[in-house]
Design a protein around this ligand. Structure first.
Ligand code: HEM
Length: 482
């Protein structure tokens, strides 16, 4: 009753809760979308809930997405929302542990490895990594078998991303001594760390040790290069960062470079790993779409299946529509957060959000709303046909392969929008497109006998993962050729 009586009509409604500090932490933490949908029905698109003492104001729908993503930096600040989680993992001095204008510059620097020219080089490298993974992994021995995607896919994604975006030397290091370190660092990337940054959790000590060791891996490569000990000069992301200066003329320190490299690795790892796993699971549940994908490979590459190339990837419209559809149903990041810096009016409402609050966008809610997507719960890549190159209307779906979405008031924003928008969308398309194509060329796969549906979502990690082990049964295709 108190919550109703003392509610401030100029502030968004507060979601009812019994305990002051805990608030809605449990229901949000366990099933964020169920929580958002329930609150949307009860309170509308704008409401506030309590997450471990913090006041989070959620703004849903295309306009709500725009409100958060398009906010001015003076009003909404990402670094204050994310730094507790990311700085111990990436390291100091970069991304959310520096002023925002430096992050904007770092994102520009990273684009060196995210161009059409580099993508052309990556596709064969990624394909070779996948084939050597199939050849060496214990899960792909023989003509048929089963694979726990929760174990296999993280390795596959790490190897393919590191071989391409991170460069040959980093890839080599990650196979040998550093794979375990990467794992320890990865363990530090959990919601627990986000919510309780001050807790002395046992895995935090491991995380910090792993962070220092991973940073050293990069710094050793830099030191060798500076000492002229390299036989051949590698033109890779490390080389690129070593040759960059911030606008004020300062070069990146070795530590900054190492930490940017870790950030780049981590940003793509969880998101692409979750997306790859969901794609393979949904395809396993729908053999007719696997067949359509195989037919597309034959149509584009000929019956002998010529090697994959970047140019040809863009012709695989069903592969690209499959990725889009997976990112609609399973956007890896369900909550994007900013700290409010000054009282902020929410357009078209009477609400003013106080500066003590955080705001939260959840574009996954509008992406599953019947208002925008008919039969929203169905995995249907064909729904995107005809929307590939829809560029002239920001509210439509302008997500053709390689196109960059310009609209922020869209119901479909798996890569965010505005100043913090993802720089990895095209790389993710290249990586995922190559992985899906290679799987389809090599295998037919299905869910385990008796299992009708893909596994439920596990919200315990930073991204919306499929519940482990996410088992898939596979059979090698006859006459497969690469
Ligand atoms: C930002 C999603 C892959 C690097 C973001 C944001 C989203 C996102 C939603 C916005 C965060 C916010 O507004 O708070 C995804 C998805 C991916 C993916 C769904 C794959 C399926 C990648 C990859 C890379 C990457 C492969 C690296 C090459 C980044 C960076 C930012 C970002 C650097 C900017 C953060 C900022 O400016 O605050 N991503 N991402 N992402 N992503 Fe991705």
């Amino acid at each position: 009753l108190g919550q109703l009586l003392f509610a401030d009509p100029n502030q968004p409604p507060v979601v009812f809760h019994w305990f002051p500090f805990i608030g809605s932490t449990v229901s949000y933490g366990m099933e964020p979308y169920e929580f958002f949908n329930k609150c949307q029905k009860q309170y509308g698109d704008v409401f506030t809930f309590v997450l471990l003492g913090r006041r989070m104001t959620v703004t849903l729908g295309p306009k709500g997405n725009e409100f958060v993503f398009n906010g001015k930096h003076a009003d909404l600040c990402a670094e204050e929302a994310y730094t507790h989680l990311t700085t111990p993992v990436f390291g100091e001095g970069v991304v959310y542990d520096c002023p925002n204008h430096m992050l904007m510059e770092q994102k520009k620097f990273m684009k060196f490895g995210l161009t059409t020219e580099t993508f052309k080089q990556y596709v064969p490298l990624i394909k070779d990594e996948i084939l050597s993974f199939f050849a060496n992994s214990p899960y792909f021995k023989g003509d048929a078998g089963r694979v726990p995607l929760s174990t296999a896919v993280p390795q596959l994604v790490l190897f393919t991303a590191s071989r391409s975006l991170q460069g040959k030397q980093v890839r080599q290091a990650l196979t040998t001594t550093h794979a375990a370190l990467f794992h320890d660092l990865d363990m530090g990337f959990t919601p627990v760390n986000f919510m309780f940054p001050w807790l002395p959790l046992p895995h935090n000590a491991k995380r910090d040790k792993a962070q220092r060791a991973m940073a050293k891996l990069y710094m050793d490569i830099i030191a060798k290069r500076k000492a002229g000990e390299e036989k051949e000069q590698e033109i890779d992301m490390i080389w690129n960062l070593m040759n960059r200066n911030y606008k004020d003329g300062r070069p990146l320190s070795d530590r900054d470079i190492a930490h940017c490299m870790i950030a780049l690795l981590m940003a793509g790892q969880h998101t692409s790993m979750a997306t790859t796993t969901w794609t393979l699971l949904h395809l396993a549940a729908k053999p007719e779409i696997q067949q359509a994908l195989y037919d597309e490979q034959v149509r584009v590459f000929g019956k002998d299946l010529a090697p994959l190339s970047y140019e040809k990837l863009s012709e695989l419209s069903l592969v690209n529509n499959t990725i889009k559809e997976i990112l609609r149903i399973h956007p890896p990041l369900h909550s994007l957060i900013r700290k409010v810096k000054s009282p902020l009016h929410v357009p078209n409402t009477d609400y003013v959000i106080p500066s003590s609050h955080f705001v939260m966008a959840a574009p996954g809610v509008s992406a599953m709303d019947e208002q925008y997507f008919k039969n929203a719960k169905d995995f249907d890549p064909f729904r995107w046909i005809g929307h590939e190159k829809d560029e002239d209307n920001a509210e439509k779906f302008d997500f053709g392969f390689g196109l960059v979405s310009k609209g922020t008031a869209s119901p479909y924003l798996p890569f965010g929008a505005g100043r913090h928008r993802c720089i990895g969308e095209q790389f993710a398309n290249v990586q995922l497109g190559t992985i899906i194509s290679t799987f389809i060329r090599e295998f037919e796969f299905s869910l385990p006998p008796g299992q009708k549906e893909v596994p439920p979502v596990d919200y315990n990690s930073m991204v919306a993962l499929a519940t482990a082990p996410a088992m898939v049964h596979w059979k090698r295709r006859q006459h497969s050729s690469h």
